[in-house]
Design a protein around this ligand. Structure first.
Ligand code: SIN
Length: 511
């Protein structure tokens, strides 16, 4: 069995930021089931929010974050995120990361939904994620092991402690790696839905693994749908950044009407849940929705990635009307962690979208996700550098006495069911039907070493779907991204739904 001090699963900004802090101090490996550049971070267009401007203040960023999150946020971690943001960004810039600047050399700050100030740093116009990943990988150079194409099939646990991981190599060999510290940085679960902005690899793996290991999860009902994903011939083709609306683009229905004027004082730049629901409403009433980019000056040079995407998809850029739909984008909930990424399982940490630090509340503010990965990735690494956790002298992992899967649904079936019943608008009847459908499948008693990689992803998707569905059923109110047509909108509650093992226990008993 190979041994590392720290194992990181995933290769987005959270993992790479943690790794840069740990390198030179710890023996670290990053595992990714795909390539190191396949991540939601790499796809990120918008940028990173931080109160860097003299006319801005972290308290305003804090206020906008809490307002978007409908005050469901954890105020302490939200304060930490917004207050520390300028310092972390200054460090990143100091390490050589190049953000876009204006003619005078000052940072060019963009605006996105829910922000009352211009405070979004971006790179390459709309290629912030790609620039960040490239920069951080350059920093890491050869100092840590990056294992690509090796899928983590489950965590290794014993007596409530995480001891490392079980993996499957590209050649099909099952392997075991030990580590005193295992960090889940696997992103969220956008692939649970028919349309998503997420990378194809984002199947909820880390969240499902943490759950099986007994970690507490929280806020799983809060799934954010990005309002504007390019849509043609029944397919979601890629994100159209909120920054485009920040530069003046307008949402119109097929009659050419600007429908956001009646919905919110911030119009197209209202918090995401509000814009996504307004678009959903138009679509439900049979109206295709367009993002009119004609008011954006220099669209092709400010947004080169989106411009190229539109041309590749055959959109008429003279007319400047981009057909859009809302698509699954970001899970606000996840594995419950403290301010240093610690989960409720000893030796197991979660960072980035897989984690729930409480900073996003019921609806994430635009461009706060890369920031969260940066800040909490490094804080988690700092905690590990001071941790006294070690592996036990004799490692005797819990055995998984499970079976081979008999029947599992396809990924497409899961996506259709989730989109129909646990999407932008939910209700008791639909969620109950979804719960009953999920309960037909055994995704609990399985021996992962005997499943194919595809089956493991399906099992992880079913597990996370089960958690979202039960959480959505439990929360009998509408708040932020969790909109129940059978319950009125509430002003925001502080109570947070903790989903503990009993949901699966219940499933086991019934199964
Ligand atoms: C976007 O560019 O609209 C996405 C940024 C984010 O999700 O915060």
């Amino acid at each position: 069995m190979q041994h590392y001090d720290v194992i990181l699963i995933g290769s987005g900004i959270a993992a790479l930021s943690a790794a840069t802090r740990l390198m030179g101090h710890k023996n670290v490996a990053i595992f990714t089931k795909s390539a190191k550049t396949v991540s939601n971070t790499y796809l990120a267009q918008g940028g990173i929010a931080a109160a860097m401007d003299a006319a801005d203040h972290w308290q305003e960023h804090f206020h906008d974050t809490m307002t978007a999150g409908v005050y469901h946020n954890d105020p302490a971690t939200t304060q930490l995120l917004t207050k520390e943001a300028p310092r972390y960004m200054a460090e990143l810039i100091g390490s050589g990361m190049k953000f876009d600047r204006d003619g005078s050399g000052a940072l060019h700050l963009g605006r996105e939904g829910g922000h009352w100030k211009r405070r979004i740093l971006h790179a390459g116009g709309d290629a912030t994620g790609r620039a960040l990943v490239t920069h951080l990988l350059e920093q890491l150079q050869e100092q840590i092991d990056i294992v690509e194409g090796e899928m983590v099939i489950d965590l290794l646990t014993c007596d409530g402690q995480c001891l490392g991981i079980r993996t499957r190599t590209a050649g099909g060999e099952n392997k075991t790696y030990l580590a005193a510290h295992t960090i889940l940085a696997t992103g969220g679960c956008g692939q649970l839905y028919a349309h998503t902005s997420n990378a194809p690899t984002i199947t909820g793996d880390g969240i499902a693994m943490a759950y099986r290991a007994g970690a507490f999860l929280t806020d799983m009902e809060f799934m954010q749908f990005h309002p504007t994903v390019l849509y043609k011939d029944g397919k979601a083709l890629g994100l159209v950044s909120e920054a485009v609306r920040g530069e003046g683009a307008i949402l119109r229905n097929a009659k050419g009407e600007r429908f956001m004027e009646q919905v919110h004082p911030l119009q197209e730049l209202a918090p995401r849940d509000i814009v996504a629901r307004a678009i959903h409403h138009e679509l439900q009433s049979g109206q295709q929705v367009y993002l009119d980019v004609s008011p954006v000056r220099g669209f092709a040079s400010r947004f080169p990635t989106i411009y190229r995407l539109c041309l590749d998809c055959g959109i008429d850029m003279q007319a400047g009307l981009l057909p859009v739909i809302p698509a699954a984008h970001f899970l606000m909930g996840g594995i419950k962690t403290d301010e240093q990424g610690r989960t409720t399982v000893k030796g197991l940490y979660a960072i980035g979208e897989a984690a729930c630090t409480g900073v996003h509340g019921a609806n994430r503010l635009a461009s706060n996700s890369l920031l969260e990965g940066l800040v909490f990735g490094q804080r988690t690494a700092d905690g590990i550098l001071h941790s006294s956790i070690t592996l036990p002298d004799r490692v005797q992992p819990d055995e998984t006495a499970g079976s081979v899967a008999t029947a599992l649904p396809s990924k497409q079936e899961i996506r259709e069911m989730m989109t129909e019943h646990a999407g932008i608008v939910r209700n008791e009847q639909g969620l109950t039907a979804l719960r009953n459908w999920l309960a037909k499948y055994d995704f609990v008693h399985l021996d992962h070493s005997r499943l194919t990689n595809e089956q493991i992803e399906v099992v992880n998707m079913l597990t996370v779907a089960w958690l979202i569905t039960n959480s959505a059923l439990e929360r009998k109110e509408s708040i932020g991204s969790h909109y129940r047509s059978d319950y009125p909108q509430s002003g925001g509650k502080k109570a947070r739904t903790e989903i503990v093992r009993h949901l699966v226990q219940e499933r086991v008993v019934r199964g």
